[in-house]
Ligand binder design. Structure first.
Ligand SMILES: Nc1ncnc2c1ncn2[C@@H]1O[C@H](COP(=O)(O)OP(=O)(O)O)[C@@H](O)[C@H]1O
Ligand SMILES: [Mg+2]
Length: 376
């Protein structure tokens, strides 16, 4: 565990970049430092690998004071990723990634084999190995930066705004990749960003810093959203806190109704048997089990269901995998007010009304069942 204990950094010109900061950074999870520009995030990160030395306070790793460790071995245990990747422009991708293993004395072949393995791990096609950085997109370069930091398999990764320079769609892909890598490799990651949504998406724990390098709040993201410590944190979080917090509740608890579902080849009796006063609409599914659209029962004629006349079904949610936020969104987007639930293969397994989702939200809040992070 990395432990920052009452650390202050005063630069020679008198700027206090970090002010008596204390944080316990848990192993094998992602801890995010977030805050406005100039609040001391980079300074804090750089004190962890001693690119910057604290003016006061101590940083320990597993109880050992890092100021007493040789800088080289400390840095070898920490991969470092920065914005725009910071790649060596005159080296190929594979040799960029092989940099640290080569410095550690690995043979060229072994280091390159390791580099190729890492390219696959970070989602880079092997065909890019012999290119130079300028021949890659920003997102691909950022993946190379992550691969290079992982090359010597350090237990700790320090990442300073690594995805801030890429566009939102590419950034989302990189974030997903990082969560997957973290799941597979279990690194201890300290991640700096000024983007609160990125912090909420990636962090197991999130430290919100304010200007002057003071800690405003340190909490899991769902707790930040439900209970911001003060108006600074609340303003920094922005609007829609309640809706955003629903991302942390699973849709698994939603009770699905199967009655309002009819297959496109249903008989008149089957349609009649599905019609009930609580569900004024029926969802028609294709022969492959996927949704086609909603209809009022009286408009459905057995054997003559016209799929192009059905009401759109919106965007279904994956039951148990997606969050209550995704389920609510599906219901709000549906013209009938009912959300369509599908399994992992996209086949309909039920439908759920806005009212039922509302009840699930209330009981989730009541139970504070917000620790499991779910997708969507
Ligand atoms: N080498 C330096 N000398 C003097 N002041 C610095 C130096 N590096 C950073 N600062 C100042 O320290 C504060 C925190 O900077 P930094 O850690 O880079 O913030 P952030 O990464 O959150 O944007 C800022 O006011 C910045 O201007
Ligand atoms: Mg910075």
């Amino acid at each position: 565990m990395i432990r920052i204990d009452s650390v202050t950094k005063r630069y020679p010109d008198g700027t206090v970049a970090v002010d008596r900061l204390s944080l316990e950074i848990p192993d094998r999870s992602i801890t995010v430092l977030v805050g406005p520009s100039g609040c001391g995030k980079t300074t804090t990160l750089r004190m962890i690998n001693r690119m910057v030395e604290p003016s006061e306070g101590t940083i320990t790793i597993d109880g050992a004071d890092i100021s007493r460790q040789p800088v080289n071995s400390l840095r070898r245990s920490m991969g470092y990723v920065i914005q725009n990747a910071g790649l060596f422009q005159h080296r190929t991708i594979v040799d960029n990634i092989a940099t640290v293993p080569r410095l550690l004395g690995w043979s060229k072949d072994r280091a390159r084999a390791r580099a190729r393995e890492l390219m696959e791990r970070v989602g880079l096609d092997a065909s890019l190995a012999k290119r130079y950085p300028y021949q890659l997109s920003g997102g691909q370069q950022q993946r190379v930066g992550v691969a290079r930091a992982l090359a010597a398999d350090p237990p700790v990764l320090l990442m300073d705004e690594p995805f801030s320079a890429v566009d939102p769609i590419v950034r989302k892909g990189l974030q997903e990749e990082l969560l997957r890598i973290q799941d597979e490799l279990g690194k201890t990651i300290v991640f700096v960003t000024h983007d609160i949504d990125e912090a909420i998406r990636l962090g197991t724990m999130v430290a919100v810093l304010r200007t002057g390098g003071r800690l405003a709040q340190y909490a899991p993201p769902a707790e930040l959203l439900s209970s911001p410590a003060d108006s600074f944190v609340e303003d920094f979080l922005g609007t829609d806190r309640g809706i955003r917090r629903l991302s942390f509740f699973t849709s698994e608890t939603l009770e699905l109704k199967k009655t309002p579902i009819v297959a496109v080849d249903s008989t008149a009796e089957q349609i009649a048997s599905r019609t009930d006063p609580d569900t004024p609409y029926l969802l028609v599914t294709g022969l492959d089990g996927r949704p086609l659209g909603w209809s009022e029962p009286e408009d459905l004629v057995a054997g003559e269901i016209e799929t192009e006349r059905l009401l759109p079904y919106g965007r279904p949610f994956v039951h148990g995998k997606d969050s209550l936020r995704a389920a609510l969104d599906a219901a709000v987007l549906s013209p009938t007010g009912w959300a369509v639930a599908v399994d992992g293969d996209g086949q309909v397994i039920g439908a759920v009304s806005q009212q039922t989702i509302g009840e699930a939200i209330r009981s989730a809040h009541a139970e504070g069942r917000d620790d499991a992070k779910v997708a969507g």
